[in-house]
Design a protein around this ligand. Structure first.
Ligand SMILES: Cc1ncc(COP(=O)(O)O)c(C=O)c1O
Length: 423
């Protein structure tokens, strides 16, 4: 029997769940995938309720999560080191495969060092905190920091800034992708702070747009001497790395830019799991001493590290380049065919994220449901995630999609789109 106070709390929580259900923003009724079927000439298809479904909403932009070499590397590492890390890194959880992966990631990005975490959400929570504030009362890292964040940054960045507990005047937002607005903020705050962190996503996941990092760097450079400890660029390129840029180095590469602190995930284009930060050695040394979600939380398992290491090596090889070329060909083909069928895009994305503008929440839902019943999985994105009237279906293209997969998806969009009345 529950005590009355606990029952009261349960009632409050139940009401909140009911409220979420009533505004139809529920997230807990997730699609359950029972396995994947591998058929010749097709990307792996997901089994849902025993029925095959083509996956057009995964971040596995290069198909690496089903790559035989990556799976073998995961298996081999589990055999060698066991399935779990055993402890946090500084107790007994650091294995040479963790170190090897960090070295490979640093070299892949042309940075001095890199450091892996259990997720890139965990990276943002800790790393922002560490660069904004010292981690203990004895820390030598003072905190007269201004954080300037793009208006549409990912939730993990927003929470990272929140966790640092800055007062209002230490936080600013620049208009989404508006680097003249960033310049305005930097100009207005000259002389007020010793350090500035300019924080942004590389590729933004709702529309597949990207921050012009070259321009961002040059705006920051204009103010290099106005802040005693400089203006640091801090970029989370979770969707960019291993999916964008000529050789998959992400938005930095696409824009021919170099950022100070690069954050990314191994759970999207690399087809594995976990997050990392890459930058100057002194930054990484400091973070190994201070980042709470690194020090007090397990690293990724050795098997996952083995898989990720294998993926990074593939990315650095001619096979990685061929996968990227395939991805880009697939993107161009899909966009062209969808436009020819009368669909419009919410943005002209060059990335695997392809946002199809529907503009009405009911029709968007209906079309996603129709496509699902036809064996195609795509994502419905509606208000409040996007503004009212900008409801979209997010399609995510992968190098693993074959011509047959793309043709089938495009044809089903056409048939279902007509049925729902959006084309
Ligand atoms: C920009 C960005 N940062 C961080 C994350 C979180 O990645 P992870 O799953 O590695 O925590 C995501 C994933 O949605 C993302 O899009």
């Amino acid at each position: 029997m529950k005590s009355l106070p606990k029952k009261n709390l349960s009632d409050v929580l139940k009401k909140e769940v009911d409220r979420i259900d009533s505004v139809k923003t529920t997230k807990r009724n997730e699609l359950v995938i029972e396995g994947f079927v591998h058929e010749k000439g097709r990307a792996p298809v997901a089994l849902v309720h025993g029925k095959k479904h083509a996956v057009f909403n995964s971040n596995d932009y290069l198909g690496l999560r089903h790559h035989p070499q990556v799976k073998e590397a995961e298996h081999a590492a589990s055999q060698k080191y066991g399935t779990g890390p055993g402890a946090v890194r500084f107790i007994s959880g650091t294995m040479d495969i963790h170190r090897a992966l960090e070295k490979e990631l640093a070299s892949f990005h042309g940075k001095e060092d890199a450091m892996i975490f259990s997720s890139s959400f965990a990276v943002n929570l800790a790393v922002l905190h560490c660069f904004i504030k010292g981690q203990s009362k004895d820390s030598l890292v003072e905190s007269n920091t201004l954080v300037i964040s793009d208006a549409l940054n990912h939730r993990s960045i927003i929470d990272g800034i929140r966790v640092a507990g800055l007062s209002k005047e230490h936080k600013a937002i620049f208009k989404h992708l508006d680097l003249d607005d960033l310049r305005r903020v930097l100009d207005e705050n000259k002389g007020k702070f010793s350090r500035v962190l300019v924080v942004t996503d590389g590729v933004f996941s709702m529309l597949g747009e990207y921050q012009d990092l070259k321009k961002m760097q040059s705006v920051c450079d204009e103010f290099a001497d106005d802040y005693e400890e400089g203006v640091l660029t801090f970029v989370d390129d979770a969707h960019g790395v291993a999916g964008f840029g000529k050789t998959g180095r992400g938005t930095e590469e696409h824009c021919s830019a170099k950022v100070d602190i690069l954050i990314a995930t191994m759970g999207k284009g690399f087809g594995a799991d976990g997050g990392y930060v890459a930058g100057d050695k002194v930054y990484i040394d400091y973070l190994r001493e201070s980042a709470a979600t690194y020090i007090y939380s397990n690293p990724i398992s050795p098997g996952t590290a083995g898989a990720a290491l294998s993926s990074v090596k593939i990315m650095g090889s001619s096979e990685g380049k061929a996968l990227l070329d395939q991805l880009n060909n697939n993107i161009v083909y899909f966009k062209e065919a969808m436009k020819n069928n009368g669909f419009t895009f919410a943005a002209d994305s060059e990335h695997g994220i392809q946002p199809i503008l529907i503009g009405d929440p009911v029709k968007t839902r209906e079309l996603v449901d129709e496509l699902f019943s036809e064996g195609i999985i795509v994502t419905n994105i509606s208000y409040p995630v996007v503004p009212k009237g900008k409801d979209e279906i997010r399609v995510q293209i992968s190098a693993a999609h074959t011509h047959i997969d793309l043709e089938e998806c495009i044809e089903k969009f056409k048939v279902c789109g007509k049925k729902v009345g959006v084309i």
